[in-house]
Design a binder for this molecule. Structure first.
Ligand code: DGJ
Length: 312
């Protein structure tokens, strides 16, 4: 079944799919796609699919009126700012924590008035598509924390986020319940201003993708490789073209099928003039085996989630 890059994507009810800057979690035989939904009182929406092509709307899992509950982390629990307006919750990522039995979401928080909070926000839920409970926003170790992602490595979860006004990329090991950071486990590419982090593990290597910082305008995607996360990565190298085919990384999707495993770059094609007109692009990643990765531009992508085969 085919997806069409850059077109308007609709859910199985025919409504436009709102899941930007997001993440896909595979759980219980279904793919769950979480992403930014900036309409009305929504923050994060969730869709599910058995095949990665047909997406059914499940829930607005985080909203202005979501349940709020403090944890041991002293955080800002407000889901509206002092002017009564919506805050910004960007780049939501969700993982399932087997130890706690909870679905844990991390995001980037700004207060909706300026871009200076640079905080991480956390929410969690008992089910993948239930009403997530908001645990607030905070600055890990007092650090700025903007564009972010989560990455599960065995039973260790890491939170990556852009720090020092986006100059450096931080990697935090999370505590066992994933509700707080345990330690700062890496500071990468100081002064290189990387945004939109996305990771995947393939053949024992960790592949890190990111963009440069140019607001909503697309720029060159770069990647780096690591044999062991806490030992750091190599230098950043280009993949795709100078605008990443007019997109910015959201996450890397692994399609683990019965015959093969495929890797797909999922990017947002932002519309700088009208956020709600932003689109999605899914591009195959090819790994020739020489330490490089090639992003393949295509108009259409055929995905067979059962076998893991993709073609274009
Ligand atoms: C680039 C970020 O990657 C996006 O998530 C968004 O925050 C824009 N900047 C806002 O300018």
């Amino acid at each position: 079944m085919k997806i069409k890059n850059g077109e308007v994507w609709r859910d199985t009810d025919g409504n436009v799919l709102h899941a930007h800057g997001g993440h896909i979690l595979f759980y219980g035989g279904l793919y769950y796609w979480y992403g930014e939904d900036r309409r009305d009182d929504c923050y994060v929406s969730c869709y599910s699919s058995p095949d990665l092509v047909n997406w059914t709307f499940r829930n607005h899992v985080l909203r202005v009126g979501s349940p709020v509950e403090p944890t041991r982390v002293r955080s800002d629990l407000r889901l509206k700012n002092d002017n009564g307006r919506k805050v910004n919750l960007e780049r939501p990522k969700v993982l399932y924590n087997e130890r706690s039995g909870k679905f844990v979401m991390w995001m980037h928080y700004e207060n909706g008035s300026d871009y200076r909070c640079a905080a991480a926000a956390v929410a969690e839920c008992d089910t993948p598509d239930g009403d997530f409970v908001y645990h607030g926003s905070f600055n890990p170790f007092g650090e700025m924390s903007r564009d972010c992602t989560l990455f599960l490595d065995g039973d260790r979860a890491y939170f990556f986020s852009a720090s020092r006004d986006n100059a450096d990329m931080h990697m935090y090991l999370l505590q066992e319940d994933w509700l707080n950071v345990e330690r700062l486990a890496g500071r990468f590419w100081p002064g290189e201003y990387r945004e939109a982090p996305a990771l995947v593990k393939k053949d024992g290597l960790y592949w890190f993708f990111s963009s440069f910082c140019t607001g909503w305008a697309p720029n060159q995607c770069r990647y780096a490789v690591s044999p062991r996360l806490e030992d750091g990565f190599g230098m950043l190298r280009d993949t795709g073209d100078e605008t990443t085919y007019r997109s910015q990384p959201a996450f890397i999707l692994t399609v683990n099928g019965s015959e093969t495993v495929s890797y797909i770059y999922v990017g947002d094609r932002w519309d700088a003039g009208n956020y709600f007109n932003s689109r999605y692009v899914w591009y195959p990643l090819e790994f020739p085996g020489d330490g490089s990765v090639r992003m393949v531009e295509c108009d259409e992508l055929d995905i067979d989630a059962a076998t893991g085969r993709i073609s274009w």
